[in-house]
Design a protein around this ligand. Structure first.
Ligand code: AMP
Length: 283
């Protein structure tokens, strides 16, 4: 590790050159894919990677392919200098920061599609999203040649999709989940939290409180339907404008809940004004 961390690679070739040397030295390489605007949630992923790997690559790429035309691609928060300062503080070995032309050169036509688990929850409202994620992450896995990849449970469905994709495509990488990092009041940290007004920010922690309560009810024997019905009412009372979904599902393939035989998970997506918040907890 030099003091000049991180090495900034903007091309696949530059990243590969460095990684090849690391691998020749026998180093275990970890990769943490992000869209930047790094917060403590991302930092937890980087710390987990650092504790288990010899070399850590943070990738920062706001991936146009996972945003639909009506979504917040242009408004998405970006801050390269602040991100690099955080990576330096954590002594991350490399920041891979390609532009869209490097990731999707002229003539690019390949898409990775994961079926089933992408067609519910966030996939219903964001039909473009997981195809874009699976495509870019499979590229990042191939480009980085990493041994381990770290994903946040905050985006639990994304973690499942990525792990499934890597297994199905025989990409030799371990996909490791990292628990959600929260603000002191329970709100899951997210780059999109900056969109919230003061009033919305005050209402937002109810999301976590309600799904925890739904999980507790199911654990205590209440039916998933009854727990969800209670949760929907509670969220509306707390000021959520529209609730996209509140569901209790089996935690691996997102089938019907089969608690206590199999682990379950409560998933929610809801809006405060135009800001969409998601969260989930284990049952
Ligand atoms: P993003 O930059 O939002 O695409 O997120 C990059 C990675 O950080 C994904 O694996 C996310 O699940 C993870 N992540 C985002 N927020 C959190 C959080 N609050 N706690 C843990 N991981 C997170």
């Amino acid at each position: 590790m030099t003091n000049e961390s991180p090495i900034v690679a903007r091309s696949v070739a530059a990243m590969r050159k460095e990684v090849e040397e690391w691998r020749r030295a026998g180093d275990v390489v970890g990769v943490v894919p992000t869209m930047g605007a790094l917060h403590n949630g991302h930092l937890a992923l980087l710390q987990a990677a650092k504790s288990e790997c010899d070399r850590v690559i943070a990738t920062i790429f706001v991936n146009p392919a996972q945003f639909a035309a009506n979504e917040d691609l242009d408004a998405y928060p970006r801050g390269e200098a602040a991100d690099l300062a955080k990576l330096q503080e954590l002594q991350t070995d490399m920041a891979f920061m390609p532009d869209a032309g490097e990731m999707y050169p002229d003539g690019f036509v390949t898409k990775v599609r994961v079926e089933g688990i992408t067609e519910i929850l966030c996939g219903l409202v964001r039909p473009v999203h997981f195809g874009g994620v699976a495509t870019v992450v499979s590229k990042l896995f191939n480009q980085s040649q990493a041994d381990r990849a770290y994903f946040g449970e905050k985006d639990y469905q994304q973690f499942l999709v990525v792990r499934r994709m890597a297994r199905d495509l025989d990409i030799p990488i371990d996909v490791v989940p990292v628990p959600t990092v929260r603000e002191a009041d329970g709100l899951a940290m997210s780059s999109r939290n900056v969109y919230l007004s003061i009033e919305q920010r005050a209402a937002a922690p109810a999301l976590y409180r309600v799904i925890r309560d739904v999980a507790a009810r199911v654990t205590n024997g209440t039916s998933a339907e009854a727990a969800v019905a209670w949760g929907l009412e509670e969220l509306a009372t707390c000021g959520f404008d529209s609730i996209e979904y509140l569901e209790v599902l089996e935690a691996e393939m997102l089938g019907p809940i089969d608690f206590p035989n199999k682990p379950g998970r409560v998933f929610v997506a809801a809006h405060l004004g135009s800001t969409r918040l998601i969260d989930n907890v284990a049952v």
